[in-house]
Design a protein around this ligand. Sequence first.
Ligand SMILES: NC(=O)c1ccc[n+]([C@@H]2O[C@H](COP(=O)([O-])OP(=O)(O)OC[C@H]3O[C@@H](n4cnc5c(N)ncnc54)[C@H](OP(=O)(O)O)[C@@H]3O)[C@@H](O)[C@H]2O)c1
Length: 131
Amino acid sequence: MQTVLITGASSGIGLATAVELAKRNWSVLATMRDLERRSDLDRQARAANVSEHVIVRQLDVTNSQSIDSLVASVNDGPLDAVVHNAGISAGGAFEDLDDALVRTIMEVNFFDVHSRGGCYRNFGRSDTGAS
Ligand SMILES: NC(=O)c1ccc[n+]([C@@H]2O[C@H](COP(=O)([O-])OP(=O)(O)OC[C@H]3O[C@@H](n4cnc5c(N)ncnc54)[C@H](OP(=O)(O)O)[C@@H]3O)[C@@H](O)[C@H]2O)c1
């Protein structure tokens, strides 16, 4: 069975991808920044009869400590795939958007994947140095 980590699996595309891949016999590490928002995923995984293939863990992609904790706590690595789904967006004319908001969007949607994405390669290794 192959293992996939999905970020932002509490809703939308991330949630749907988690359930769909579990149905296709993947072992899914479904992560979300707030575990109190896991009920929709739990319900849909139960309905699809794939709960045993879906492990839910906390992960905020903007927080290096959160990534390190997850890497250190999981012994099932290495991962076969990572779905960098977590993201935020904003509506309205681009030039009218608040500058701080645009920077946050770029941090979450782009720089976090670039700067921190490599951390996920450490899954299942005993020499991660993660605390
Ligand atoms: N739907 C579209 O038409 C569309 C188009 C282009 C691109 N996208 C991109 O596709 C992805 C999924 O979109 P969606 O429509 O499914 O949106 P969504 O329902 O808003 O899902 C986004 C997910 O990202 C999570 N998230 C946000 N910041 C996070 C962080 N710092 N750490 C971990 N998780 C975080 C959210 O978690 P919380 O529940 O905690 O907020 C949520 O689960 C996003 O990256 C979005 O930008 C979507």
